[in-house]
Write a protein that binds this ligand. Sequence first.
Ligand SMILES: Nc1ncnc2c1ncn2[C@@H]1O[C@H](COP(=O)(O)OP(=O)(O)OP(=O)(O)O)[C@@H](O)[C@H]1O
Ligand SMILES: [Mg+2]
Length: 272
Amino acid sequence: MTVTGSTSRPPDTQAASPEDTSSGLRPAVRLREVSKIYGSGATAVPALDRIDLEVGARELVCVVGASGCGKSTMLNLIAGLDRPTRGEVEVEGRAGLMFQEAALFPWLTVSRNVELALKLRKVPKAERRERVAQLLETVHLHDFGHKRPHELSGGMRQRVALARAFAQDADVLLMDEPFGALDAMTRDVLHDELETLWLSRELTILFVTHNVREAARLADRIVVLSSRPGQVTAVLDNPIGRPRRIESPEVGQLAADITARLRQEVRRHAQR
Ligand SMILES: Nc1ncnc2c1ncn2[C@@H]1O[C@H](COP(=O)(O)OP(=O)(O)OP(=O)(O)O)[C@@H](O)[C@H]1O
Ligand SMILES: [Mg+2]
């Protein structure tokens, strides 16, 4: 991963054809002709339709698409929580999942919530305390280890969830709208923290969001899904160098481009 300075170049977004879904990097996640149908017979719900996608090692790829188009389904399949109806899902190494809700255990302290992820990985007790302290330091919550989740703000809870996600030491981190419920300022800070953590590790991130500016701010590439059943309609390379600011004109322009594609898709769906 190379970090480049901010660019004044306007985003000349290259929309690869939907068939060209590879990054050119060693793949960390590969979906081949993946379809998912929930149920069967008259009540069957097709959620995903022949998804082909490759996410390269150390890439940060964002997935955008209308509500109900199968984004969470796709992450669950990659996480191994469910099986595709057809097609193949391959993941290099271990996948970790961060949900939209912080999903912390309310009866455990912040430290214990993070420690649990280490315990599940069988990290020895002596090491765990130090790792928890490091992780809480990284998300600026070192003074809050003894608190319980209800004593924290929503943004702080998401930070704990972020620390816990990193404690999984996954090779591929799957993030399902992790910052969707947060105010813009908190989200902005967490974008910076996530980016710093990602750049400092051998980590691949697949990040689902409704927020097109968030996608333009974070992603190396942006995958646009069609309305349900989800199909890949476009894969956009992000031409904007890092560091990026969510309020920059370049990010705004790319976000407008993604929005136009989503609108087109919604219109196409309405005419079916
Ligand atoms: N376990 C399930 N059983 C039956 N249908 C399901 C199940 N999970 C999801 N679905 C259906 O599959 C479709 C895709 O759902 P999914 O949760 O993947 O969408 P999404 O893109 O994540 O939506 P959102 O943006 O609202 O989170 C929806 O129509 C949903 O009702
Ligand atoms: Mg979802």
